[in-house]
Design a protein around this ligand. Structure first.
Ligand SMILES: [Zn+2]
Length: 308
């Protein structure tokens, strides 16, 4: 079993981490992370752990991130970032991949495999493999690399970063580099997660899908048949997560489901004065949000377990 810790850097609202035009670094990082996760899930014997808050609502402290990866005994840690130079538009740009100065051979080998694939996927300048004393690389006990997949404040790179297909390719490139390094084998018969399930389908895969939806808080009868109740659940899930509401369980819906099913911790929803402020896995984040709400004197603070 290969355990891969994926880290989309920062949080959506982290100050300063944005393009001059306002796009948030976390949004770019997240798109790449989701694509990597979807691709890596198509391989046998892979376990994934996401270290940032997948909702982006909180910027998980760096120490919490590396502590989780260390406690989980990850085999590798991939931190996904996008760069900035002076925070104002300029002609600079390109991709760089970092390891710690004096990093292990494993870290350097992984960086050497991943970096050229990311450069190729993004079609941006190759700034090379570099070393830097960064928390995520220094405090992680396993091989670790940090990818800076282009400059948010570059007049050339920004056009590529705003192309979601390019970010997906970057995620696929990272997954490919890891698959090469760990010699990962695709799941037999292709990944079940690459099929598209739709209304009228029957079979045990639909039963699994129904059980997965029940783990996500729905109450479906597991009868191996994609009927009206499943269709309603799919559309509801798609609506809640900002996906295209087509009622088909294709790659994007499956990858979003996996994101929520994949963690080993329960997911909690925090509701303040009747308004949901976010969903969290990490007890550290939950505690922080509750503390903040208490300090702000909020009247009604609710925590709901979305699923175990
Ligand atoms: Zn960053």
């Amino acid at each position: 079993m290969i355990k891969i810790a994926i880290d989309a850097g920062h949080g959506f609202n982290t100050p300063g981490k944005r393009a001059p035009s306002g796009e948030r670094e976390w949004s770019f990082n997240n798109e790449v992370a989701l694509s990597s996760i979807a691709k890596l899930n198509a391989y046998q014997n892979v376990q994934l752990l996401r270290l940032d808050d997948p909702t982006g609502m909180t910027d998980v402290p760096l120490k919490t991130r590396t502590d989780r990866a260390n406690a989980w005994k990850a085999d590798v840690l991939i931190s996904i970032h996008h760069n900035a130079y002076l925070g104002k538009w300029g002609p600079h740009g390109g991709i760089e991949t970092y390891t710690l100065p004096g990093a292990s051979k494993q870290s350097r080998d992984i960086a050497a495999l991943v970096h050229p694939l990311v450069v190729k996927a993004m079609g941006l300048r190759d700034r090379g493999n570099k070393t830097l004393n960064l928390h995520m690389l220094r405090e992680s006990k396993m091989p670790a690399i940090l990818v800076e997949g282009g400059f948010m404040d570059s007049i050339t790179d920004i056009n590529v970063l705003l192309d979601k297909q390019k970010l997906k390719k970057q995620g696929a490139a990272i997954a490919q580099g890891l698959a090469d390094y760990f010699n990962l084998r695709p799941k037999k018969g292709g990944s079940p997660h690459q099929k598209v399930y739709k209304y009228g389908d029957i079979g045990s895969a639909i039963g699994t899908l129904q059980k997965d939806f029940n783990r996500l808080g729905y109450k479906l009868i597991v009868d191996n048949s994609f009927g009206p109740a499943v269709l309603a659940a799919v559309k509801d899930f798609q609506k809640k997560h900002g996906l295209a509401i087509d009622g088909h369980v294709g790659p994007s819906t499956q990858s979003k489901m996996l994101e929520y099913l994949g963690g080993k911790d329960a997911l909690y929803r925090i509701i303040i004065n009747g308004k949901q402020i976010g969903t969290y896995r990490n007890t550290v984040n939950i505690t922080a949000e509750i503390e903040k709400a208490v300090n702000n004197g909020e009247k009604k603070i609710e925590v709901q377990k979305v699923y175990a």
